[in-house]
Design a protein around this ligand. Structure first.
Ligand code: ADP
Length: 379
C-alpha cells in the first residue's frame, strides 16, 4: 500500500494502474483469507467453550438435584459446589486465552529478537577524535567491498589529503565515488589496507567522534516531514556552541531566495506532510543542513547535480570563501565543481586512474581532459 501511494505518479505515468490494483487485490485477498481462517476458528471454539461451561452448570444442577432428592447432598453443599464451579470456569477460560496470546506473542517476539540479536559487524574503536581540522587523512593500500558485493569496489587506494585541502573526486557513474567518500564516515567494515586520520587508524577511533565533525551531503535527497527551519537545524546538537546561524547557512546554500516563494517562508512544512520541494531546493537544503554546523570536514557527494550552473558557481564560490583552511571533499559529475580543488582524483573501476590538480590533469590528456572539453562544449 505504501509503495503504491508513494509511487502513484510513476504508476500513472506508465499506465500501470490495472496491474497495481490487481497486485494489491491479490495481497489483500491473501490477508483476508488468513484473517477469515482465524475468525472462523475462534468463531467455532468460542461457542464450544461457552457451551461446555454452560453444560457443566446444567449437569451440576441436574445431578445435584438428583443427589438432594436421594438425601445424599444438602442444598447448601450443592450451592457451594456450583460457586466453586464458577470460580474454576473463569480461570480455565483465561488459561485458554493465555495459551493463544502467548503463541501470538512468541511469534512477534521472534521477529523482534531477530532484529535485536543482529550482530554488529563493525566493532567500534575507543579512541576519541578531538579534531579533524589539523589532521591528514591517509589511505594506505586501501581496498573495500560491500558485504553483498563479490569483488573489491575500491582497489589499492593510496592517497594523502592534507589538513585544509579540498579534494575533488570524479569519474564515470559507478566508478566508486560515493563508496570512497563513505569510508571516512566509517559506515562499513574495512577490508584491506588502512585508513589513517592523523596518527590513528580509523578502526581504533570511535565512529561518533568522527561523524560529529563531518557535514555529509549524500547523493539522495532526504527531507524530513518538518518545517524547512527544523530540516536545516536537524544537524545541530542541542547544547552545541559555534556553527553558523540559520540565516548564514541559508545564504551560503543560496536557499534564501526561495523562502519568499514558500507559503510560510522558513516555517513552511515540507516533506510528506507539506510542500514538495524541487530537486535543486532539496539539494540546497541539505547543503545548508551540513553547513550550519560549520563542519571540520564537508563532504558533498554529487550534491549540486540538480542546481543550474549559475547557482552551482555561486554556492562553490561561497564555499571557497567560508571554508578556507577547512577540509572539503567534493564528488561531482560536473567537472566545473572541482576545478579549484587542491587535489583531484579520477576514479576508474574503484582505482585512482589519474591524480593531480586541474592544470596537471589537463596536461595529462586523459579522461579528465576529454571530459572537461566535452562538458565545456555542451555548456
Ligand atoms: P559512483 O558514486 O561513482 O556512481 P558508487 O560508489 O555509488 O559509484 O558505486 C560503485 C559500485 O558499488 C557500483 O557498482 C554499485 O552498484 C556498487 N554499490 C554501491 N552501493 C552498494 C551497496 N550498498 N552494496 C553493494 N554494492 C554497492
Amino acid at each position: 500500500m505504501l509503495e503504491n501511494v508513494l509511487g502513484v505518479r510513476v504508476i500513472r505515468a506508465y499506465s500501470k494502474e490495472e496491474n497495481e490494483i490487481k497486485r494489491f487485490e491479490e495481497r489483500s485477498k491473501n490477508l483476508y483469507d488468513k484473517m477469515m481462517d482465524e475468525s472462523k476458528t475462534s468463531a467455532l471454539w468460542g461457542p464450544i467453550g461457552r457451551g461446555v461451561s454452560g453444560a457443566s452448570y446444567v449437569i451440576a444442577f441436574l445431578f445435584g438435584a438428583h443427589q438432594i432428592s436421594k438425601g445424599a447432598l444438602t442444598i447448601g453443599q450443592l450451592i457451594t459446589f456450583i460457586m466453586y464451579l464458577g470460580n474454576i470456569v473463569g480461570p480455565m477460560f483465561s488459561l485458554g486465552d493465555f495459551i493463544t496470546m502467548s503463541n501470538q506473542a512468541s511469534a512477534s517476539s521472534d521477529r523482534i529478537s531477530n532484529v535485536l540479536n543482529e550482530k554488529i559487524d563493525l566493532p567500534d574503536g575507543e579512541k576519541e577524535l578531538n579534531s579533524l581540522w589539523d589532521k591528514t587523512i591517509e589511505f594506505r593500500n586501501f581496498s573495500f567491498k560491500y558485504p553483498s558485493s563479490k569483488s573489491d569496489l575500491l582497489k589499492e587506494i593510496n592517497l594523502t589529503i592534507e589538513p585544509g585541502q579540498t579534494l575533488g573526486v570524479v569519474g564515470k557513474v559507478g566508478s566508486g565515488k560515493t563508496t570512497f567518500l563513505k569510508q571516512i564516515l566509517k559506515f562499513y567494515k574495512q577490508n584491506e589496507g588502512e585508513l589513517f586520520i592523523g596518527s590513528s587508524d580509523i578502526v581504533d577511533i570511535k565512529s561518533s567522534t568522527i561523524r560529529d565533525k563531518i557535514g555529509y551531503v549524500p547523493q539522495n535527497h532526504l527531507v524530513f516531514s518538518k518545517s524547512l527551519e527544523d530540516n536545516v537545524l536537524f544537524s545541530k546538537k542541542k547544547d552545541s556552541k559555534g556553527g553558523l546561524s540559520l540565516e548564514e547557512a541559508l545564504s551560503l546554500a543560496d536557499l534564501e531566495k526561495d523562502l519568499s516563494q514558500l507559503p510560510n517562508g522558513i516555517e513552511t512544512m515540507i516533506g510528506e506532510k507539506g510542500v514538495s520541494l524541487s530537486g535543486g531546493q532539496k539539494q540546497r537544503l541539505q547543503i545548508a543542513r551540513a553547513l550550519i554546523i560549520d563542519p571540520e570536514l564537508l563532504i558533498l557527494d554529487d550534491s549540486l547535480s540538480a542546481v543550474d550552473a549559475k547557482t552551482e558557481e555561486k554556492i562553490l564560490k561561497n564555499l571557497r570563501e567560508t571554508r578556507k583552511g577547512k577540509m572539503t571533499f567534493i564528488s561531482s559529475h560536473r567537472l566545473s565543481a572541482v576545478i579549484n580543488a587542491d587535489t583531484i582524483i579520477v576514479l576508474k573501476d574503484g582505482r585512482i586512474d589519474e591524480i593531480g590538480n586541474h592544470e596537471s590533469l589537463m596536461k595529462n590528456k586523459g579522461w579528465y581532459y576529454e571530459q572537461f572539453l566535452k562538458q565545456q562544449k555542451e555548456a
